[in-house]
Ligand binder design. Structure first.
Ligand SMILES: Nc1ncnc2c1ncn2[C@@H]1O[C@H](COP(=O)(O)OP(=O)(O)OP(=O)(O)O)[C@@H](O)[C@H]1O
Ligand SMILES: [Mg+2]
Length: 397
């Protein structure tokens, strides 16, 4: 993620970029680059001397920056000529460094560019952040930092695009008028927003008709990940929260609610499951494995006659989407035989035609995160495949 950071003079860009650096971001600083591209020996310095004369060099051959600054401050035409020399070189130097950081895998790269909005160079950033301060505070901080008079400070501020005009151009605004702590909180909130995936755990669901072997594979993945030190949380639906218990009771008694009422109860259970079990684990960065999740509702309540698209929408409105779905599929006969062999009595709902309806809806699911698995394959082979996939996903975070 590439972030363009900008602001006005003494608005707090360097302060905010130091905070971002502490929070793990890489900073690419246009002010530093602007010095480097006109250092002795550069073609940038040669171009400046060719245009402005060599009285701009001091005895060591370095640029007299203050002197040049005074010249261009007073003359817009000269300023444009200087910018035409410096800006493209700064952009090129910035991009070279950004590319190197991206190649090294830096997740958060901040381009600190005071003239992000004024310069005609296009910086390839994903979002822009403006460090804003109220005018009185800006004036006072600039004077204090540079020990300048009010008139000097005012002149430098007035030479820039007003901060309120930049406000309209930036996606995010950090109000740096208050304390450093208040600014830090805003910076932390932005960083959290940009790096959710590196901090959140991943959600894996195991789906398929009864008897297909998903619970066995879930336990194997749980054990294999725990062996490797992953703080896995496993769960299932219906959950052990009150609505889930109610659903289990009903199933044990062979009672069926109407499809609508059943869906309602599943949604209530899933909300509670999300709030009390799934979300806290994900927020703590734990991988979460769930035996059945909302794709079961789509398939099972769909098989009872509800519109699968509507069941999906009702779930996606609140339930975090799984990062991976292992969907087990195989001949119905194999599943029925496994149910029989497990000694579990086949209930009325595990009849062939019912399972066929459920399976046919499972087969229409087209979520990009689905991995379809032939449940008839040897268990070791399935376990190996699932573990390799899960580890690849976890390491890509
Ligand atoms: N929230 C704050 N509270 C108090 N002082 C602050 C705060 N933020 C910045 N300052 C001070 O204000 C001055 C200007 O901040 P800073 O140097 O970060 O601004 P800048 O936008 O990088 O300026 P420049 O345009 O000159 O690069 C500094 O002296 C800094 O220590
Ligand atoms: Mg600065």
């Amino acid at each position: 993620m590439k972030i363009g950071l900008t602001g006005g003079i003494a608005s707090g860009k360097s302060t905010v970029s130091a905070m971002l650096h502490e929070l793990g971001a890489e900073i690419v600083d246009a002010d530093l680059k602007a010095r480097e591209v006109v250092a002795p020996g550069t073609d940038g310095l040669a171009a400046i001397v060719a245009r402005f004369g060599d009285e701009l060099l001091d005895s060591s051959g370095a640029l007299r920056r203050k002197h040049l600054g005074a010249i261009v401050f007073a003359d817009a035409e000269l300023r444009a000529q200087l910018n035409a020399i410096v800006h493209p070189r700064v952009l090129r130097a910035m991009l070279t460094e950004v590319e190197a950081l991206e190649a090294a895998g830096a997740p958060l790269i901040v381009l600190d560019v005071p003239l992000l909005f004024e310069s005609r160079q296009q910086y390839p950033v994903d979002t822009q952040v403006l460090v804003w301060v109220d005018p009185a505070t800006q004036l006072q901080r600039l004077q204090a930092r540079d020990s300048s008079s009010e008139d000097e400070a005012r002149a430098r501020i007035d030479a820039q695009m007003p901060l309120d005009a930049k406000r309209a151009l930036a996606e995010h605004v950090i109000d740096n008028s208050g304390s450093l702590a208040a600014t830090r909180r805003q910076v932390e909130a932005l960083v959290a927003r940009w790096t959710p995936s590196s901090e959140r755990g991943l959600l894996f669901s195991f789906e398929g008709i009864d008897g297909c072997g998903k619970s066995t594979q879930l336990r194997r993945l749980e054990a294999a990940l725990k062996d490797r030190g992953w703080p896995v949380l496993t769960s299932f639906e219906p959950s052990l929260h009150p609505h889930g218990r109610r659903l289990r009771e009903l199933a044990e008694q062979g009672k069926r609610l109407s499809p609508e009422a059943e869906l309602e109860l599943f949604l209530l259970d899933r909300r509670q499951h999300r709030d009390e079990t799934i979300e806290p684990a994900l927020a703590a960065g734990r991988p979460v494995l769930i035996d059945r999740y909302y794709h079961s509702s789509i398939a099972y309540q769909g098989a009872r006659g509800l519109d699968p698209a509507r069941v999906r929408a009702a779930n996606e409105a609140f339930a975090p989407a799984p990062d991976r779905i292992y969907l087990f599929d195989t001949e119905i006969d194999i599943c029925l035989a496994r149910i029989a062999a497990s000694g579990r009595s086949t209930d009325a709902f595990e009849t062939r035609s019912w399972l066929e309806r459920v399976q046919s809806i499972y087969r229409t699911l087209d979520d990009a995160v689905i991995v379809r698995l032939d449940a008839a394959l040897p268990q070791d082979m399935l376990a190996e495949r699932i573990l390799a996939d899960a580890l690849a996903l976890l390491s890509r975070r």
